[in-house]
Design a protein around this ligand. Structure first.
Ligand SMILES: Nc1ncnc2c1ncn2[C@@H]1O[C@H](COP(=O)(O)OP(=O)(O)OP(=O)(O)O)[C@@H](O)[C@H]1O
Ligand SMILES: [Mg+2]
Length: 213
C-alpha cells in the first residue's frame, strides 16, 4: 500500500485511510484463500478414503452453503432420487463435500442475487450423478475451455481466486469420477438462442452395482 495514502492529510485524509484499510482487509482475506487453495491443490498424493453415504455428504454441503445462499437471496431446491439415496462411495467425505460446496457457491454467485439453484441426484449404471443447475447467465463458449484452469476467474473484483473448479476437478478425478458442465440455452421467439444457465455434473462410482429398489 502506498505510503502517501496511509499518511494522506487534508479534508479527505480519514476517508482515504479508511478506504485503504478496507482494501488491505479485502486483499488479506483473498491472500488467505489463495494460500489455503494452493496448499489443497498442490497436495498431489491420494487422500485416505472410506465408504460414505453420498447423499449425506451432499446434504451437509447444502447445509454449509445455506447461509451464504440466503444472504444472496438465492433459492436452493433439492431433488434427490430414491435410486441414488443410500448409495455409498469410497471417498474422502471432507473433499467431496468441498466439491459440492464449490459448485453450489458458484451457482449462487452466477447472479448478484436471487439465483435459483437446483441440486439433484440420479443413478447411472453403477454410478451416482449429482447435478447442480442455476438460472444465471451461463458460461460463454470462449470462457468454457478455461474454467477448470487454476486461477482462472472472471470474478477477480469480488476477491475470488479462480481455484474453486480446479480444486473440485482434481478431487473428483482422484476419486475415479468425472465432472463436466453444460451451458443451458433458451430459444427465443426469433429462433436465436440466448444463454440461460449452467448445469454442472459430477459422476462418482458407487460401491453397490445396482440401484436401490
Ligand atoms: N455456475 C456458473 N455460472 C457462470 N459462470 C461460472 C459458474 N461456475 C463457474 N463459472 C465461471 O468459471 C470461473 C471459474 O470458477 P471457479 O469456481 O474456479 O473460480 P471463482 O468462482 O471465480 O473463484 P473461487 O471459486 O476461487 O472463489 C468463474 O470465475 C466464472 O467465470
Ligand atoms: Mg468458485
Amino acid at each position: 500500500m502506498d505510503f502517501a495514502i496511509l499518511t494522506a492529510a487534508g479534508e479527505n485524509g480519514a476517508q482515504v485511510r479508511s478506504d485503504a484499510l478496507d482494501e488491505i482487509r479485502t486483499q488479506a482475506i483473498r491472500c488467505g484463500k489463495v494460500v489455503r487453495s494452493v496448499l489443497q491443490f498442490a497436495r498431489s498424493e491420494a487422500t485416505e478414503k472410506w465408504s460414505s453415504d453420498l447423499t449425506g455428504v451432499l446434504r451437509t454441503a447444502i447445509d454449509v452453503t445455506a447461509r451464504y445462499a440466503n444472504e444472496r437471496g438465492a433459492h436452493v431446491e433439492i431433488d434427490l432420487s430414491r435410486e441414488a439415496s443410500g448409495q455409498t462411495v469410497l471417498m474422502n467425505p471432507i473433499e467431496i463435500e468441498q466439491v459440492f460446496v464449490n459448485l453450489i457457491r458458484n451457482a449462487v454467485e452466477s447472479q448478484p442475487s436471487g439465483t435459483r439453484v437446483n441440486v439433484s441426484t440420479r443413478w447411472v449404471e453403477g454410478a451416482v450423478e449429482i447435478s447442480i443447475e442455476d438460472d444465471g447467465p451461463g458460461i460463454p463458449e470462449a470462457h468454457a475451455e478455461h474454467i477448470f484452469d487454476p486461477f482462472y476467474t472472471t470474478r477477480l473484483r469480488e476477491g475470488r481466486t479462480g481455484l474453486g473448479l480446479s480444486v473440485a476437478h482434481g478431487i473428483v478425478e482422484d476419486h475415479g469420477g468425472s465432472m463436466w458442465h453444460e451451458t443451458l440455452d433458451e430459444p427465443s421467439v426469433d429462433g436465436s438462442r440466448t444463454l440461460g444457465g449452467t448445469r454442472f455434473h459430477v459422476r462418482l462410482p458407487a460401491e453397490k452395482t445396482s440401484p436401490r429398489a
